[in-house]
Design a protein around this ligand. Structure first.
Ligand code: AMP
Ligand code: MG
Length: 267
């Protein structure tokens, strides 16, 4: 999945990234789902190991346009994982109290502790995305945030956090279909807001904002992946693969018992 990694300091042009891509994966949906199931099992084991070892902290950041699939990704990638070991932090429009503080205040409180895996459903990146597109703060303010975010993430990384960031890349046609599906399906209507249609009109502005994010904040210590996300099964497979590979690379070990258990007999 290395081809989806954004190398630090490269200029990203999203029109050059194919949202329908399925990369080196030669199988179709059925094979993809079978592979995902295997990865789900691996992730379950790795997460338990991580919890037991109580050493590493893992942060997964998900960003996407509306209907990009953040919720579905969380549901499918973490399908088998023990809910006790994973926490999802969702960032909505800030409250009054949050707005009274700097934009990282609410975010820093949610980062993972030792042995914990945290998924950010939206994140501090909204403060250079929606905030920029809607001019909630002037350019002098959001413009400084790329460096601030890099420094914030560096601090987390240097203090033992493994950070993975995924941009779920869909196109305008796919969004249309997914919005229409929400409108047509009574079980999905609750997700539909008229405001989503206003946001959709700002698609080009959002793409520009995402391109800046991807170009300026993909670092060795907190890389961005651009995940082709028109095909949901491939999106889930790609993210699971990166996550499993990364966790395997941590070379975790189950801890020894702190007591001497040699010769212990259970009566
Ligand atoms: P949803 O993910 O569909 O539940 O929507 C959450 C909403 O919160 C989206 O419209 C985001 O754009 C908005 N949001 C998240 N973070 C911020 C932020 N820092 N400033 C303004 N709006 C935000
Ligand atoms: Mg929404």
């Amino acid at each position: 999945m290395k081809q989806y990694l954004v190398k630090p300091e490269t200029k990203v042009k999203l029109s050059k990234w194919d949202p329908n891509d399925t990369g080196d994966f030669k199988g179709g949906k059925e094979e993809g789902l079978a592979k995902l199931e295997k990865l789900n099992g691996k992730l379950e084991t790795l997460q338990e190991l991580m919890f037991a070892e109580h050493k590493h902290k893992v942060l997964v950041v998900l960003q996407a346009m509306d209907t990009g699939g953040k919720d579905g990704t969380i549901r499918r990638v973490f399908d088998r994982v023990n809910p006790a070991g994973v926490r999802v932090a969702s960032f909505k429009a800030p409250t009054e109290e949050e707005l009274d503080h700097d934009y990282l205040w609410r975010v820093h409180k949610q980062v993972p502790g030792k042995g914990e895996l945290v998924v950010f459903n939206r994140s501090h990146y909204e403060d250079v995305l929606v905030v920029r597109v809607h001019n909630y703060v002037p350019p002098e303010v959001w413009g400084k945030r790329f460096d601030q975010i890099n420094e914030f993430e560096r601090t987390l990384a240097e203090n033992g956090t493994t950070i993975l960031k995924f941009y779920l890349h869909i196109d305008l046609d796919e969004q249309k279909e997914r919005l229409q599906a929400r409108l047509d399906d009574p079980t999905k209507r609750w997700k539909f807001r008229l405001g989503d249609l206003e946001e959709r009109k700002l698609w080009p502005e959002y793409m520009k904002a995402f391109e800046d994010v991807l170009s300026k904040t993909s670092t060795e210590y907190a890389p961005w992946y651009i995940i082709p996300a028109n095909r949901k099964w491939f999106r889930d497979l790609a993210i699971s693969s990166v996550l499993v590979d990364t966790l395997e690379g941590l070379n975790m070990k189950y801890p020894e018992s702190e007591e001497n258990l040699d010769g212990v007999v259970i009566e």
